[in-house]
Design a protein around this ligand. Structure first.
Ligand code: KG4
Ligand code: ZN
Length: 337
């Protein structure tokens, strides 16, 4: 049998993503980013996001089909993100996907967004296979998952307050670096000294959990004091030190999990994995231990339709039962639950 053609739709937050994949080959993957729309609010506004998805989804679906060079009746399944995410945003892509599947008479599957991130490296690395330790870090999530097999996931640890991307975003805003903050701090750090300021690394006593709210307070307090004393260090040094503090804990805890499980495969997903320093540090640690590292290109780390479609291909290959068309979104969906 030839590889299935799957159309994947992702609308859990502020990116409308549609992709067509054939087996694990990406035929097209298009995105309508809402970053500019939300930038003036300094963060994602749920109502605005949902409306922007409504406007973007249909033209984007046509663009994905034509770029892939496929007609809609050639599609074998339609899949869309079911959760976790913003309820209004999720509903747009989910309802669109269900109607499309119904009109084409093809199966529909609702997909866990986080499982999509776990699958994304498969689109770039043929030899990426469980068991693996996967670091998922973005604006909305921050967790370490032990992928024992496809479909068998154990979340070993997670953030107890802010997600790593959220920390980047909030701190960048405080420093006047704009939104989204991750790429801004990443760029600003380039000429900075990561050891200039020793910001705290939280929860050293908990091997797999994260906490970033204390870092935020520490940075704010530090900058206010330095300003009052007229001793503000160069902004690049502060940015690099913040980045180092976040990257340090992400790397440490990921490799705590690698060491305790004996996993030989490490992977990553979510927008924060686009961070250059994080990628560099993960690579150094993986090399040091001789384990395989599978962090895909930044465009596959951030939210996209192809990663969701990749889970759809797996559903088809295992003969999973399609979801009924009265299935609803699940904004609080939890991996493996
Ligand atoms: O996965 P994503 O596109 O959307 C979700 O939040 O689900 O991740 C967006 C997050 C934002 O917080 C953004 O600041 C962060 O990923 N991010 C980065 C970088 N690029 C994006 N953080 C650090 N360094 C980057 N280069
Ligand atoms: Zn995501």
């Amino acid at each position: 049998m030839s590889d299935p053609l799957v159309l994947g739709i992702e609308t859990s937050c502020d990116e409308t993503g549609v992709a067509v994949i054939e087996g694990l080959e990406v035929r097209s993957s298009v995105l309508a980013s809402q970053t500019d729309i939300h930038a003036r609010f300094g963060g994602v506004v749920p109502e605005v996001a949902a409306r922007a998805h409504v406007e973007a989804i249909r033209p984007l679906m046509h663009q994905a089909m034509s770029q892939a060079g496929v007609y809609s009746d050639q599609i074998d399944a339609v899949v869309a993100t079911r959760g976790p995410g913003l309820v209004g945003a999720l509903m747009v892509g989910f309802a669109f996907g269900k109607s499309l599947a119904w009109s084409l008479g093809k199966p529909f599957f609702g997909i866990d967004h986080m499982e999509g991130h776990l699958f994304a490296p498969r689109l770039e690395f043929e030899d990426y296979q469980p068991p693996a330790i996967v670091l998922l870090a973005s604006g909305g999530h921050c967790q370490i998952v032990h992928v024992k097999d496809w479909g068998d996931y154990e979340t070993l640890g997670a953030t107890i307050d802010d997600a790593a991307g959220e920390a980047f975003d909030k701190l960048a805003r405080f420093m006047g670096l704009g939104y989204p903050g991750g790429p801004a701090i990443d760029a600003e750090s380039e000429d900075g000294d990561p050891d200039a300021v020793a910001f705290p690394r939280a929860l050293a006593d908990r091997p797999y959990d994260f906490s970033f709210s204390g870092l935020k307070t520490a940075v704010v307090t530090y900058l206010e004091k330095a300003r009052d004393a007229g001793e503000l260090p160069p902004r690049a040094d502060v940015a690099a030190s913040i980045q180092e503090a976040i990257v340090d804990v992400l790397v440490d805890k990921t490799f705590n999990a690698v060491d305790s499980t004996g996993a030989q495969v490490v992977a990553g997903g979510g927008g924060v994995l686009a961070n250059r320093r994080l990628r560099e540090r993960l690579s150094e640690e993986a090399d040091r231990r001789g384990v395989g590292l599978y962090v895909p290109s930044p465009s596959l780390c951030t939210d996209n339709g192809a990663m969701v479609a990749a889970v759809g291909v797996e559903r088809l290959s295992t003969g999973a039962t399609p979801d009924a068309l009265d299935t609803d979104v699940d904004p609080a969906m939890r991996l493996g639950a």
